[in-house]
Design a protein around this ligand. Structure first.
Ligand code: FCB
Length: 463
């Protein structure tokens, strides 16, 4: 018997099947630095950071965590935590500076060393092709708004898969297309800083299409056997039982979740969104939705918080009295269980992976320690929320913490710290926070528990 309220590593570990995978996640632009080295091309985030006022602390990715130069010691750090898997992304402009044409061998070599370095340390690699840092050269030609970019992405995906695929545990096309489209192209708060709903929606379509076509092409080539996409999925709920609030939540769900999930798993966009868009609806060619809904092996879920919808104001999470993170996001672990159950019910999704979950809190280094007790509590509660979904027969295959280390948090710059490892941005010194020590303890408990059989879905389960 396990005690559902006891979230100590040794008890939590017993609630997971032995094959469940544990990891940490990062992305290229947020940690690598070396922005102009070894032939790397400019990315849209390099360009965006140079815009006055775009980044809260005027930070940029020139040095970031200097991971490019500290690869070996950072890989040692990951291995020292006892984790199964590491999720990272490739900087497209580092390996193909113009986004098409010539490849940069020195850039590819960095990822060779990364992938082999992981395997040497007995850590599996989960590679993301696009974690937002599109080559600026492609942006000059219209970026994701142009269908040509779709075809360039497919070629990029094929090249990476042919070269690295057989050494990867998972290969993911895009990270959070909603964020790229809406923050980058409708509100303009993220790169490339465009403000147009029409462009935004065309971008969503091209991102999804490039995902589907890339999956088809990579599948035909062989290489990695576990292909998928990562979406940002919060838990959605109405502020009350009133029909108006319920309608507002359905509306939010259609735009933020079903636009992606219905097209990926049902081959259609929600009708009500297309109707609402009218003339701003994207151009969709015959066969596009069929390509988008090509079968995938995993769906990555990035979960941080919930969104509460009210008819009166479309988005307001701050009035519930629940604790907020440094991002102003409500802490709501139960939403993760609800979300996973909903995904399983609605989409019969393939294996679900929590590809990101974590929290921004700023805690100081004191005597070589960082007592980030709020992060430890957040992680415990969310890991327990995943266990609760497993106990309801939802096929969750893995969980990755965002993030390995403090890093460049996009428009917030370096002011928001998500790492389980602290980074001193003056010296670049890494210090394990208490949350990293908790992860290490959890992994020790997991290692000694690895006997329970993996959850296998049988017909009719999870209905
Ligand atoms: C996600 C991003 C990731 C990180 C976290 C906090 O939306 O995928 O890069 O910034 O949020």
């Amino acid at each position: 018997m396990t005690n559902a309220q006891d979230f100590s590593p040794s008890v939590l570990a017993t609630r997971f099947p032995s094959g469940f995978q544990w990891g940490v996640a990062t992305s290229s632009f947020q940690i690598e630095g070396a922005a102009n080295e070894d032939g790397k091309g400019e990315s849209i985030w390099d360009r965006f950071c140079a815009r006055p006022g775009a980044i809260a602390d005027s930070g940029n990715g020139d040095i970031a965590c200097d991971h490019y130069h500290r690869l070996d010691s950072d890989l040692d750090l990951i291995a020292s935590l006892g984790l199964d898997i590491y999720r990272f992304s490739i900087s497209w402009p580092r390996v193909q500076p113009q986004g098409h044409g010539a490849w940069n061998e020195r850039g590819l070599d960095f990822y060779e060393r990364l992938v082999d370095g992981l395997l040497k340390r007995d850590v599996q690699a989960c590679l993301t092709l696009n974690h937002w840092d599109l080559p600026q050269a492609l942006q000059e030609k219209g970026g994701w708004n142009k269908r040509d970019t779709v075809h360039h992405f497919v070629e990029y995906a094929q090249t990476i898969n042919r070269r690295f695929g057989s050494r990867l545990k998972m290969l993911t096309t895009h990270n959070e297309p909603w964020v790229i489209a809406h923050l980058g192209h409708e509100w303009g708060t993220f790169a490339p800083g465009i403000r147009s709903r029409q462009i935004c929606m065309q971008v969503t379509h091209h991102l999804l299409l490039s995902h589907g076509l890339a999956v088809q092409a990579m599948r035909a080539d062989g290489g990695c056997k576990n292909l998928g996409i990562v979406l940002n999925l919060g838990h959605v709920e109405p502020a009350s039982d009133s029909p108006e609030d319920i309608k507002a939540a359905d509306h939010g769900c259609a735009w933020g979740r079903r636009w992606y999930l219905d097209s990926l798993f049902k081959g259609q966009y929600p009708k009500e969104v297309i109707e609402e868009l009218g003339a701003e609806a994207p151009t969709i060619l015959d066969g596009d939705l069929k390509a988008i809904s090509s079968p995938i092996d995993h769906l990555g879920v990035n979960y941080y918080t919930r969104s509460v919808f009210r008819a009166s104001s479309p988005f307001d999470v701050k009035t519930s009295g629940l604790p907020l993170t440094d991002m102003g996001w409500e802490i709501y672990p139960r939403g993760l269980t609800e979300l996973l159950c909903w995904l399983d019910r609605e989409y019969k999704a393939p294996a679900l992976w929590i590809t990101e979950n974590g929290v921004a809190f700023d805690d100081p280094v004191q005597d070589e320690r960082v007592h980030d007790s709020r992060r430890v509590a957040y992680l415990k509660d969310h890991v327990a929320a995943v266990a609760a979904a497993l106990e309801r027969n939802v096929p969750v295959a893995g969980y990755m913490v965002w993030s390995l280390m403090d890093n460049f948090e996009w428009a917030s710059g370096y002011s928001k710290r998500f790492g389980i490892v602290h980074v001193d941005y003056t010296t670049l010194k890494r210090t394990l926070k208490d949350s990293a020590l908790w992860v290490r303890d959890l992994m020790q408990a997991v290692t000694s528990m690895r006997q329970k059989p993996m959850l296998v879905r049988s017909a009719g389960q999870g209905d």
